[in-house]
Design a protein around this ligand. Structure first.
Ligand SMILES: [Ca+2]
Length: 348
């Protein structure tokens, strides 16, 4: 659940000095050859991080040094940061995530957890199929294969070796250590994706601390094996980011004059909203259900449903809520489309 935004080309010049025991006179290795290595705790970034953790959060300096001393940097993940699947055209992205066997597994998953999901849907207003869609896209409903790394190694690797996200990962590292302390978790016991997200819903540490819910009331927020906690946490997250009960995600949109020039004149962007009434004045046609208020806000996007075609979409509040999970048009579309497929079996 990370939005990467615009990504630029990779500059490796900063990688080497951060690896402990590096010999600056030897040639810079390519990332694929760079050995996994330990942290240099004398690096100013770690001096400042450890100072923050001891002074503001009352961690013991010796404990932190022992903890950080055990980190194994995973330099190969940096290449993955530079090539997120979110940059693919939608038809390819969708093909990569929505597969027939995942749809079948998802439909069965909804049925197996129906009662629990219905209770959570009622309480939070987020449909069960949307909750399950996110879990299917994130981890194939908890399949451990996406979690190949130790979370603490990953958060440190991104902080130490990826300047573009340094501030983001500094905050995540602090949140992770606080989370481990609060929940009684050994920092080295959590596995994560290459981006440092963990649990069945793939929460980052800051999101876990803010939005995870102890739904089964056993005193722990368990996003690994408690389905109640997992489902309610996803629902709570979406609700906190504006999910509207019975609201819309997206609809196809058309211009009264469908010329390419007119298409280009529509301002696109997930969060560039205008009132629906304004869109109507601009000649944008959207097949709205009668229940929708005309003062509701809408934004627009162009996407590629298949190779060589481009189409206009109208995006609504619930779409923007989904993309707060991962700020990407592809992600929002795939979650919305997959959720529709999970529903089908219910009506048959
Ligand atoms: Ca719990």
């Amino acid at each position: 659940m990370i939005g990467w935004g615009a990504l630029l080309s990779l500059d490796l010049s900063w990688v080497y000095p951060l690896l402990a025991h590096a010999d600056p006179s030897s040639p810079l290795p390519s990332l694929s050859q760079a050995p996994a290595s330990s942290l240099n705790l004398d690096d100013p970034r770690y001096v400042s991080l450890i100072k923050d953790l001891t002074q503001r959060h009352q961690f013991g300096a010796a404990d932190l040094k022992a903890l950080f001393g055990k980190v194994v940097l995973q330099a190969e993940i940096i290449e993955k940061f530079e090539r997120p699947p979110e940059l693919l055209p939608y038809y390819e992205y969708r093909r990569r995530f929505i597969k027939d066997d995942l749809v079948l597994r998802g439909q069965a998953y909804v049925q197996e957890n129906l009662k629990l999901l219905q209770g959570i849907e009622e309480e939070f207003g987020v449909p069960k199929e949307v909750i399950c869609s996110i879990l299917g896209i994130e981890t194939k409903f908890g399949h451990p294969r996406v979690e190949k790394y130790r979370a603490f190694d990953i958060l440190n690797t991104a902080y130490a070796l990826y300047p573009r996200r340094e501030r983001f990962y500094r905050e995540e590292l602090i949140a992770y250590l606080l989370l481990c302390r609060e929940e009684g978790i050994d920092p080295f016991s959590v596995n994560s994706s290459y981006a440092g997200a963990f649990g069945v819903p793939q929460f980052m540490p800051t999101s876990f601390r803010k939005y995870a819910v102890d739904y089964d009331k056993d005193g722990k927020r368990n996003l690994w094996t408690s389905n109640g906690d997992i489902f309610a946490s996803v629902a709570n997250y979406l609700k906190s980011f504006g999910w509207k009960r019975n609201g819309l995600t997206y609809l196809p949109a058309r211009l009264s004059d469908d010329s390419p020039q007119r298409l280009k004149s529509v301002e696109v962007g997930i969060r560039k909203t205008i009132p629906l009434s304004r869109a109507a004045e601009m000649g944008i046609q959207i097949p709205l259900p009668a229940s929708i208020q005309k003062d509701e806000s809408v934004s627009f996007a162009l996407y590629q449903p298949q190779e060589g075609t481009e189409a206009l979409l109208a995006l609504f509040e619930n779409f923007r809520s989904i993309t707060s999970y991962n700020y990407s048009l592809n992600y929002g579309l795939v979650v919305a489309d997959f959720s529709e497929m999970l529903l089908k079996r219910e009506s048959s």
